[in-house]
Design a protein around this ligand. Structure first.
Ligand SMILES: Cc1cc2nc3c(=O)[nH]c(=O)nc-3n(C[C@H](O)[C@H](O)[C@H](O)COP(=O)(O)OP(=O)(O)OC[C@H]3O[C@@H](n4cnc5c(N)ncnc54)[C@H](O)[C@@H]3O)c2cc1C
Length: 1002
């Protein structure tokens, strides 16, 4: 073991010796690129601003725009360099034309350091130069984000053309080593599956594989004919399993079963990597033909850790850099030990990782001509030369493409080169000692380091929950296990179709003669279940039961009520897949949307429990000698909760749990279209131990029991989420005081939206289109937060439309039971007819720019529809449609865009895509919406993180899932006691005492 360690060190030293003979210029101080790198490594904030500027630059059209962005990004950076930068920014303002040109030129030079050519001609020139240095290539086609099947088909066609060019141009090229050349074709193409299919859904690997196979087959067939090699690059984790499965599927098919020139990437930073590699090797042995693996650490570390934190997932990547390094070494050995079936390519610039692979190969007895080192174009030049000098195979990964699509790649490389953790920075910028750089990563793995992703969940009561609240994790459908669980839940729930569910009043299950069927909107002949239908007598009984339970429940310690919610959350978690399945059948949600709804319900329970602990204890107010004051809350009394069908468990649960935890008793009425979801939630609370009468479940017609209870003298609070029409009626009706009424009724009223997103002239169009499509057509546009007006600046209009329509045309429409479905049915026949009516209105008012042609023949499926030439005063631009219909409005500039966006009765959500810091600030300040989203979708609010709710005709200004939400369910109260007796006051300052807690009798 010891000798191996020494050998690796010695080998590393030898590589360093050779590296020193050809110093790396990337990190020296001379040019623009070098200065950018040096500046970024000194100051993180400056680095972010610089890279953001670099990224947006190619999409800016005029010199003024360039200078404006430069100013916005860099004028205010705080740092020792600020004066230099400020002077530069100032100068560029004086001569914008020249400065913009110089900047563009510099950035394009910088990009060309990492991009091997804009086109085939430039590429070949570079490849020939490399060939003279005995360096091979694999080419990667850069392109804009693939948002449609049109984009994907174009990428596939470009791959084919590139293969032809490479074959033609390299016809007489020989292998640089001359031995084992049959393993290493000269022409080598790297492909990305996300560029070949725009609708990859991690939950639906079979669909992705079915769609990708024919496209890849064409490329692979041609590659085989011309004797090329094709490598599947590895992208983010949610594509990993699909990529592996696809690889195995295609290369087991008879046509490619014996083809040895296919490779795939394994990312050593993944915790799964070893299991995946072992599985691949086993597959390869069964297949019986050689294949290749490029071993890398992985390019998406920041993305993966960020995404895991956002979704409350355990991180799929190691969190300590030496863990990735050590795993790279483990996997290097595994590859070399299985060299009889797998050809290894080590993709690293790290001399320790490289030296380890070399020594390991010697030890296992693998000749150096039988594996290769792969490095990125423009990086680690001296290392490549050193490896060639040592007689190893070296191949460069050469991206080719235009500057605009190349920017994302360039920024990734800049980040990698300036990363605190990176080898290249340590070696070439910080001159870390060679001995240190060659240390065994195992020695460096911190013992017992805390994993950030599994940090303690339970925050202390005193802390502000908003800051520390940890959401329940979303189900990650990238895992086969999650897919299987969902499939099995769907089967189980289907078996229960047609079951009947009672009302619950007090301690009784109440069955009524009238039963309401709840149908599956994807197939209306299927009845998911029946709900007992409450009439006025049942409503009366429910109010009595709730009123009777009020006193005791209001005196129940808030801690007990908080625990009830937490128990409910646990049950929701346990029944998670089952409840998602019910939603898929009853309201037509697709898998991820259904799961997000259950997650939100869980979050409401745990978040409100936590909030109650924060506000439940009475607080002392300002204290003066001789007087004692405290402030606390009483519940309002009986709450009537009226929920919609579009978030059938989350919203019902949110309003109910808020009412319960604050000490109110509740009559819970689900929507007529989602009775079964409501009944399920009632079961959850019953199992959690809600006392009889504290929560009563009434399903029935809103126009009958709803109206009756809203007007009822014994209902003190109404929590409503739904349409504007019903909301306003409730608001008005609740304002009338009836004989015998104790309280002024309090109404929490959340209504609809006519949400707008604005796309700025400098926006990242791939992102803007992707998110707009999701916001408009996710759950068929039936979210109150959904996008319905997309506002485009005329400067951008054509470019956006050119890609938006094909993106809409690529959506998968169908039964959401199938995980591949993105657009399912609308809720019922009435909605179906109403939306179709709106589409007719749209056809009369504006121009029908797109409508999907094929939708399933049965069920309430509306084709996604896009109208252009829409004017702000048209009905389709003003009225809430609540379906998959998107209006496009063209405007002159941002002023007009804001005017149009704000020119509606509603103010729920709104969005803006831009890379101009000044414009972003302006929209943040001026967009009239309760939830403003910048550079992301305008749907998908998360409890605690995005407290949700609007104003104007969208709502009464409450924020579900926010810190102040519970206060709407409470009455504040202050108690003052004069504790002085004839001038004698206690000397002791008053302190919090338990007696301040809610009085024992009320
Ligand atoms: C030819 C080639 C092809 C490639 N193809 C792909 C590909 O298809 N897919 C892909 O994802 N990557 C790919 N990469 C890898 C990637 O782009 C980086 O170049 C590579 O990870 C850098 O590793 P290194 O060994 O050169 O440098 P090092 O500096 O030794 O390692 C840096 C890497 O360590 C990891 N890391 C950083 N911080 C941490 C931390 N805190 N905890 C754990 N790990 C950490 C990250 O993976 C980071 O990239 C490829 C690389 C090459 C050279």
């Amino acid at each position: 073991m010891r000798s191996l360690k020494n050998e690796i060190e010695q080998r590393g030293m030898r590589i360093f010796e050779l590296v020193e003979q050809h110093p790396d210029t990337s990190f020296s101080k001379a040019g623009f690129h070098q200065r950018i790198m040096a500046l970024s490594m000194r100051d993180e904030e400056l680095k972010v601003q610089l890279f953001r500027f670099v990224e947006v630059l190619p999409s800016l059209r005029t010199s003024d725009e360039v200078i404006e962005h430069l100013r916005e990004y860099l004028a205010d950076t705080r740092d020792g360099f600020a004066p230099v930068i400020r002077a530069g920014v100032h100068l560029s303002g004086l001569v914008p034309w020249l400065s913009a040109r110089v900047l563009r030129w510099n950035v394009s030079q910088m990009a060309h350091q990492f991009i091997a050519g804009r086109d085939a001609r430039e590429l070949m020139k570079n490849l020939r130069r490399r060939r003279a240095k005995k360096i091979g290539f694999t080419v990667d086609l850069l392109g804009e984000a693939v948002v449609s099947e049109k984009d994907a088909d174009e990428y596939a066609a470009r791959c084919l053309t590139l293969l032809e060019t490479l074959a033609r141009e390299t016809r007489d090229w020989a292998d640089p080593l001359g031995t084992n050349s049959e393993l290493f074709p000269v022409v080598n193409l790297s492909v990305k599956i996300s560029a070949l299919y725009s609708q990859i859904n991690p939950a639906a690997p079979a669909d992705a594989i079915a769609r990708l196979t024919p496209k890849l087959r064409t490329i692979l067939r041609r590659a085989r004919e011309i004797g090329a090699f094709v490598n599947f690059d590895m992208e983010s984790y949610d594509h990993k399993n699909i990529t592996l499965e696809l690889f195995k599927t295609i290369f087991t098919q008879p046509e490619f079963k014996d083809w040895p020139h296919a490779g795939i990437v394994i990312q050593a930073y993944l915790r799964d990597a070893e299991a995946d590699l072992r599985d691949l090797i086993q597959w390869g042995r069964m297949r019986g033909a050689r294949f290749a693996v490029r071993l890398v650490k992985g390019a998406y570390w920041d993305y993966e850790t960020m995404k895991a934190r956002q979704n409350s997932w355990d991180s799929p990547v190691f969190l300590q850099k030496p863990e990735s390094d050590a795993n790279f070494e483990t996997l290097s050995r595994l590859l070399l030990e299985n060299e009889s079936i797998v050809t290894a390519a080590f993709g690293s610039h790290n001399v320790r990782s490289i030296a380890h692979a070399q020594v390991c190969a010697d030890e296992v007895g693998i000749d150096r001509s039988r594996f290769e080192f792969q490095l990125l174009y423009g990086m680690g030049g001296p290392i490549k030369r050193a490896l060639v000098d040592m007689g190893y195979r070296v191949r460069e990964y050469c991206p080719v493409g235009e500057l605009l699509p190349g920017m994302a790649y360039l920024v990734r490389r800049l980040l990698e080169n300036t990363s605190n953790e990176g080898f290249l920075r340590a070696k070439f910028a910080e001159n870390v000692s060679e001995r240190e750089l060659l240390r065994d990563p195992e020695e460096l793995i911190a013992v017992g380091a805390v994993r950030q992703d599994t940090a303690d969940r339970g925050p202390a009561v005193e802390q502000l929950p908003g800051d520390v609240y940890v959401n329940s994790p979303l189900v990650n459908f990238a895992y086969k296990d999650s897919q299987d669980k969902m499939q099995s839940a769907l089967r189980e729930v289907r078996k229960r179709f047609g079951e009947k569910y009672p009302l619950v009043i007090g301690d009784e299950k109440v069955w009524t003669e009238q039963l309401t069927p709840s149908v599956n909107p994807s197939n209306p002949t299927e009845i998911v279940g029946y709900g007992s239908e409450a009439g006025i007598p049942e409503a009366e009984r429910a109010v009595k039961a709730a009123r009777a339970a009020c006193g005791k429940w209001s005196r129940t310690p808030f801690e007990d009520r908080a625990r009830l919610l937490e128990r409910a959350a646990e049950i929701l978690e346990r029944r998670r897949y089952e409840l998602s399945a019910v939603e898929i059948f009853e309201v037509g949600k697709e898998w991820r949307e259904a799961d997000a709804d259950i997650r939100e319900a869980i979050d409401f329970c745990t978040f409100y429990a936590q909030q109650m602990r924060r506000i439940g204890r009475p607080k002392l107010t300002q204290q003066v000698p001789g007087e004692e004051n405290y402030h606390h809350y009483w519940p309002r009394g009986v709450a009537f909760v009226i929920a919609p069908w579009n978030f059938p468990i989350a919203i019902l649960c949110g309003m109910t749990s808020a009412a319960l935890v604050t000490g109110n008793t509740v009559i819970m009425k689900p929507s007529e279209q989602s009775i079964i979801c409501g009944a399920m939630l009632m079961q959850v609370f019953e199992e959690a131990g809600v006392p009889p009468g504290v929560l009563n479940f009434l399903s029935g017609h809103g126009s009958v029991i709803g109206a009756h209870l809203v007007d009822h003298k014994d209902v003190d609070l109404i929590a409503f989420t739904g349409s504007r029409e019903v909301g306003l009626r409730i608001w008005e009706s609740a304002g009338v005081t009836r004989p015998g009424q104790r309280e002024l009724k309090h109404v929490i009223c959340e209504m609809g939206g006519k949400n707008a997103m604005i796309v700025d002239s400098d926006a990242d169009l791939g992102e803007a289109i992707d998110y707009s499509i999701y916001s408009a057509f996710g759950y068929q546009g039936q979210k109150c937060s959904a996008l319905s007006r997309l506002i485009l600046l005329e400067e951008n209009y054509d470019r956006v439309m050119e890609r938006l329509i094909p993106a809409a045309a690529s959506l998968r429409i169908g039964n959401p039971e199938e995980p591949r479905t993105m657009v399912g049915p609308v809720i019922d026949e009435a909605a179906y007819k109403r939306i179709l009516d709106y589409i007719e209105i749209g056809k009369g008012e504006a121009k029908l720019a797109y409508q999907a042609k094929e939708v399933p023949p049965h069920g309430y499926f509306i084709p996604p529809t896009i109208f252009t030439d829409v004017k702000p005063n048209m009905r389709i631009a003003r009225e809430e449609i609540f379906g998959p219909v998107l209006s496009i409005l063209k405007v002159r500039d941002l002023d007009e865009a804001l005017e149009v966006a704000n020119g509606t009765d509603y103010a729920l959500t709104g969005g803006f895509f831009s890379r101009s810091p000044a414009n972003i600030e302006r929209v943040k300040a001026q967009l009239e919406a309760g939830n403003v989203y910048i550079n992301r979708s305008c749907t998908g609010a998360i409890v605690g993180r995005h407290p949700f709710g609007g104003f104007k005709m969208s709502g009464s200004g409450t924020k579900a899932g926010g810190e102040d939400y519970l206060l709407h369910f409470l009455l504040p109260r202050v108690v003052t006691e004069n504790v002085a007796r004839h001038g004698l006051a206690p000397e002791k300052e008053p302190e919090y005492r338990d007696e301040f807690l809610w009085p024992s009798k009320r």
